[in-house]
Design a protein around this ligand. Sequence first.
Ligand code: SF4
Length: 192
Amino acid sequence: METSVETPPRKVNVAEAPEGHTGEGFFATKLDKVIGLARKNSIWPLPFATSCCGIEFMATMASHYDFARFGSERVSFSPRQADLLMVMGTIAKKMGPILKQVYEQMAEPRWVVAVGACASSGGIFDTYSVLQGIDQIIPVDVYVPGCPPRPEQIIDGLMKIQDLVHNESLRRRNSPEYKALLESYGIKTMDN
Ligand code: SF4
């Protein structure tokens, strides 16, 4: 007797087109929207993992949680080819300058997510040697709470970054507010 096994249809998610005007044979929208859409779905992360939260990130990258669904499977260990700095773990004060150097080597536009209590606030390590949050040395876009956060929370953090990336104006990085933000951290801008 022959048996046939039916393969369920594969669901492929297609990114929604941005707002615009469409007609026969044309679609018009804003350049900001197209670039935002492309960037949002191709964020290359740089994992700066120093301790346990890094292990949680490994689970997030693996097949069950599958970071690749977001176009972010290309993990970059070179700051120059990364869009998103993911800081995961306890950051000792001695390590602060290294983290800042990695951030400075990233090209604009760049985003930062502090994953877990240690990166966000020092966590349980309220001691003389631990940085009480990476936002003391570099600007942070999204904080992920938890000790450690579950992979779902890390994915939620990435999705919040995706929203920021999608809606960011192309002019933001040249704005006086952004330059003032970097200068408040003593980070050089393209103008100086
Ligand atoms: S937040 Fe908790 S799990 Fe994450 S690095 Fe700190 S101690 Fe480890």
